[in-house]
Design a protein around this ligand. Sequence first.
Ligand code: NAD
Length: 311
Amino acid sequence: MKVGIVGAGFVGATAGYALVMQGVGRELVRKNMGRAEAEADDIRHAVPFAHPLEIRAGGYEALAECRAVLLCAGVGQRPGETRLHLLQRNAQVFREVVSAVLTNAPEALLVVASNPVDVMPLAARFAALCDAPPGRVFGSGTTLDTARFRSLLGSYCGIDPQHIHAYVIGEHGDSEVLTWLLVTVGGMPLESFAALRGIDLSETVRQEIDHQVRSAAYTIISGKSATYYGIGGALARIVKVILHNQRSVMTVCVPTPEVAGVSNVTLSMPRLVGGNGVLQTFPLPLNEQENARLCERARVVRRALDELEDE
Ligand code: NAD
């Protein structure tokens, strides 16, 4: 099956590489000539060491018949810049990109990576005046943050993160909510697992992990200007779930009638994702503090969306 990527920067290129490494899809088209051609050539040379995919660069018309298109176009986050500050700049990019994608690939599912990723799926819908089901246009949301949480917990507890069920919900980055009370390891609540293994889970330890998850992007950006391996892996996984209708639970963001008492907002929650995109949102039993934080961020995102709608 054919997969498109719009935006041949760090994130788009790394997502392409991750798709080849994982053998997801059959044909990969990268929008934008120049850099995209160079990236396509470079990634193609990894094919003999990975999986047999066709990779090429092309214009929007080359996206015809794509099953999924990753939207990675946009301006990157500057050091110290919040994702919500990026909104106006990237909404402008999406005005150009989304309708061109849907004209050429009307059946494609659109997966948004561009920041602020909590808002951009709705920006994409405005840009295209799109009346497709909301689950067909969604963002990677806190999929990456959830992976960061699981990987830090895994290395701290000395266990494969694939056996840790943990979710980061809400806004991607800055004010996300780490649902500590719901973490399970090998079917046990985290507390029980830690007690069994003699692992210190004091408040200081939790705060340190929490801080590292929340500030990961800023730390990486200050060290090397951009983050791309984690999100590239996350996007490849999302595409795999779509192409194989894997019905996985992922913390993606999608326009939702109500989150934490706020209407029509796009925050990340655990969601069932399959071949037709987002199928269902799972409510989580949150404590008062987590619910209050989620509600506060839902209001912030709603305000950003209002500003976008008023433009
Ligand atoms: P980058 O600057 O390396 O690449 C952006 C690409 O978008 C460039 O190739 C540029 O040519 C292209 N582009 C810009 N305007 C365009 C337009 N109008 N039409 C077509 N293409 C256009 O940036 P990056 O590091 O790859 O990041 C891309 C986006 O992904 C940013 O918004 C960034 O903040 C976001 N991001 C998201 C996550 C996440 O977890 N969702 C993680 C990292 C980065």
